[in-house]
Design a protein around this ligand. Structure first.
Ligand code: GDP
Ligand code: IMO
Ligand code: MG
Length: 432
């Protein structure tokens, strides 16, 4: 069976959740490999909307194994709430589908509080984080003070000692630097013990579990969160998230060798959006930007913030093709472009009077870039019920062919609406 990695190619919210849910039909196992509940992945199945933050987007398909990999940071309260909500919505005990890495790090109350305190301290230079404690949780991990899911299974005194050591430092920071109340160790300890009782049976050593799935011939789908340009190394640093969002991290997080990946799919939204601060060369501060926001419902799934909108950016996308080694892309939200007289695409950046075709590393340089735009005639037809590629308006097909040519890879599907059914599948990456 083929194994597929699916990642976001822009600044997140490309529609990864919808595509993962769709492709899970052919997978046995779905693995979230990085990030935490900063993600908001939306699925619409037969008109019903589900918003997932931590649990892999394959969960709505009964019997599919959903893994939270070692590279994910887990807020236990959010995970338990999500399990509870999905139980109510689906009528199924979805916990039986979950497999959680014992190496995944925990997001605690103090991480959330530090995230918010740091953003306040940055003032107008704030990153615009989701405030979920993501950055501080990865800091604890890298500083080697973090608590992991596996610690929930340790003897109580060991867990208490580890928690106290971490909170002692966090409380010093919170009180002395940020002038805040400390976090009480006993209250957090109580929450951890409760979570351990509920989640304990799902906690596993993931590399061995993955080896077992591969051995059994299960097809594996790796689900990225955030997007390529939010990557900690190659994104628009410091306006990024704190994890590696690239395809290469899928294997590292799951403890699987890279030779097992057969296809890397990038999700490309037919235009570009960004939430939070940071450079965004194609941003539109005009009626067209507002049109995209309203037509595309571009308001955050996690924080409700309006998303910044702009045209498709081929400089950024070519960078994403290179960074992830993309084999193909899933083009989403093409329906949102319907009704526009002209559609523009950024082919290069103008910087200091010359045109560049690379994505700059420095944000000062990126901020100084002006997009070089080319124009396409739009289409007026509503395409949200189109199920065959050949039935798309000619101008829509020309737009897709142009993007394929410029990126040098084929579109494996076209999404024309939020519902699972509103999809034109060009080829199936599990059978490629
Ligand atoms: P993710 O974070 O990449 O999973 O994306 P989000 O779920 O945060 O944002 C994508 C939004 O667009 C969600 O509200 C989806 O329901 C919606 N969506 C996904 N694909 C399409 C599409 O092809 N057309 C339209 N109109 N909406 C879509
Ligand atoms: P999905 O998986 C869009 C952005 C935040 C902020 C920056 C850092 O739904 O595509 P963080 O809380 O991670 O420290 O915030 O990253 N961000 C996202 N933007 N989609 C996401 O996830 C995001 N996750 C984080 O807005 O700019
Ligand atoms: Mg999202």
């Amino acid at each position: 069976m083929a194994n597929v990695v699916l990642i976001g190619t822009q600044w997140g919210d490309e529609g990864k959740g919808k595509i993962v849910d769709l492709l899970t039909e052919w997978a046995g196992v779905v693995v979230r490999f990085q990030g935490g509940n900063n993600a908001g992945h939306t699925l619409v199945i037969e008109g019903r909307r589900y918003a997932l933050h931590l649990i892999p987007s394959g969960i709505m398909r009964p019997g599919k194994v959903c893994v939270i990999g070692s590279g994910v940071v887990v807020d236990l309260k959010i995970l338990l709430d999500e399990i509870q909500l999905l139980r109510q919505e689906s009528g199924r005990e979805i916990i039986s589908q979950l497999v959680l890495s014992d190496e995944a790090h925990l997001i605690l109350e103090s991480h959330r509080r530090l995230d918010q305190a740091r953003e306040r301290q940055r003032g107008s230079a704030k990153i615009g984080t989701t405030g979920r404690g993501i950055g501080p949780a990865y800091e604890s991990k890298m500083a080697r003070w973090g608590l992991r899911l596996g610690d929930l299974l340790a003897p109580e005194e060991v867990l208490y000692k580890r928690l106290s050591a971490l909170l002692e430092q966090h409380n010093l920071l919170l009180q002395k630097i940020y002038g805040e109340e400390p976090v009480a160790v006993d209250a957090v300890f109580g929450e951890l013990k409760e979570a351990a009782a509920q989640l304990g049976p799902a906690i596993r050593k993931i590399p061995y579990a993955m080896a077992g799935y591969l051995e059994a011939g299960e097809a594996i789908l790796f689900e990225g969160a955030q997007g390529t340009l939010l990557d900690i190394d190659h994104g628009t640093y410091p306006f990024v998230t704190s994890s590696s969002t690239l395809a290469a991290n899928a294997c590292a997080s799951a403890g699987v060798g890279m030779k097992h990946v057969n296809e890397v799919v990038g999700v490309v939204k037919a235009y570009t959006t960004r939430v939070g601060s940071g450079p965004f060369p194609v941003e539109l501060d005009d009626a067209v930007g507002e049109h995209l926001r309203q037509q595309g419902g571009e308001f955050g799934t996690t924080t409700g913030r309006p998303r910044r909108c702009g045209w498709l950016d081929l400089v950024a996308l070519r960078y994403a093709v290179m960074l992830n080694g993309l084999d193909s892309f899933a083009l989403t939200k093409l329906d949102v472009l319907s009704g526009l007289e002209t559609i523009k695409v950024c082919e290069g950046y103008r910087l200091d009077g010359r045109v560049i075709d690379y994505f700059p590393s420095s944000i000062e340089e990126l901020e100084a870039c002006e997009p070089v735009l080319v124009e396409f005639p739009g289409w007026q037809e509503d395409i949200s019920a189109v199920l065959e590629y050949d039935e798309l308006p000619e101008n829509a097909r020309r737009y897709i062919a142009y993007v394929e040519e410029k990126l040098g890879i084929p579109a494996m599907l076209i999404s024309v609406g939020p519902d699972r059914a509103q999809t034109i599948l060009k080829y199936n990456p599990f059978q490629a």
